[in-house]
Design a protein around this ligand. Structure first.
Ligand code: G1P
Length: 273
């Protein structure tokens, strides 16, 4: 059973300055909903109700968002705008939210290790809110949990990207398993390789299911690409034991960490309204 989802949300969001000067990037809205709310909804669709959020300085708006605002509730009670709060109210009642701060920015692997105190000794999901995923059927996390249930090891979501973009992602190599056309046993993974060094064009997107031994591995993981502790490097240790599956998810994914992806997502969701 995967019961908890970790949301690394301590990053500065420098690509969206000045919007992210005083507002967490996870709170930037696609239409009327902040990115992190889409992420929490995806987790709930996967029957996860315990959200563990890694925050940092200047991120208090996230905590306030997943809480009741009595003054606001009082103001709009009985009026036509009240329905606009229905979805977020329902999330607040269904889920618990716990927070811990990443005091120093030492990379995604370090952020995940900071979450150990909220996760404990059980397998868990990781969701990077700036990769916004949409699928009419099972959410991407739900698809990944089915894969986890079958293979009982760490799972990363992958997508094919143009070869010239491999330097933006963790990239995997692997072999298809059990006659599937979407599930690979990972043999190699590299963080943000130059296209000439990339083993394939299969890129990791911001969805992971991790087994808890990852915490011990992360404690031993030396800084890698960019001088940061990389989850990709820690996962490679599991992959060497045959314990990482890469899954080509069904659905659409928008890179809302970039202005282009953000606009694309906005247009896509506006078109669906
Ligand atoms: C992180 C990971 C990278 C992964 C990406 C997905 O990079 O380090 O392996 O492919 O998320 O979005 P970031 O985008 O935080 O630089």
């Amino acid at each position: 059973m995967i019961k908890k989802c970790l949301f690394p949300a301590a990053g500065y969001g420098t690509r969206f300055l000045p919007a992210t000067k005083a507002t967490p990037k996870e709170m930037l809205p696609i239409l009327t909903k902040p990115l992190i709310q889409y992420g929490v909804e995806e987790a709930v669709q996967a029957d996860i109700h315990t959200m563990a959020i890694i925050t940092g300085r200047g991120k208090r708006a996230i905590e306030d968002h997943f809480d009741i605002s009595y003054e606001l509730e009082h103001q709009i009670k009985g009026g036509s705008k009240e329905t606009l709060l229905t979805e977020i109210r329902s999330l607040i009642t269904q889920c618990t939210f716990s927070y811990t701060r990443q005091v120093e920015m030492k990379g995604l692997g370090h952020a995940i290790l900071t979450g150990e105190t909220l996760i404990g000794d059980e397998p868990f999901a990781v969701l990077l809110a700036d990769d916004l995923c949409n699928h009419e059927g099972d959410s991407v996390l739900k698809q990944m949990i089915s894969v986890y249930n079958k293979y009982q090891c760490s799972v990363v979501a992958i997508e094919e990207v143009p070869l010239e973009e491999t330097n933006k992602y963790g990239v995997i190599a692997g072999n298809l398993v059990d006659g599937t056309d979407d599930t690979y046993r990972v043999t190699d993974m590299v963080e943000k390789p130059d296209p000439k060094d990339a083993p394939t064009n299969m890129a990791i997107i911001g969805r992971y299911i991790l087994t808890p031994d990852i915490f011990d591995i992360l404690r031993e993981t030396k800084p890698g690409k960019g001088g940061e502790i990389q989850i990709t490097d820690a996962l490679l240790e599991q992959a060497k034991q045959g314990n990482v599956i890469a899954y080509k998810f069904k659905g659409k994914r928008f890179d809302c960490g970039s202005v282009d992806g953000f606009v694309e997502a906005t247009n896509y969701f506006y078109g669906k309204m």
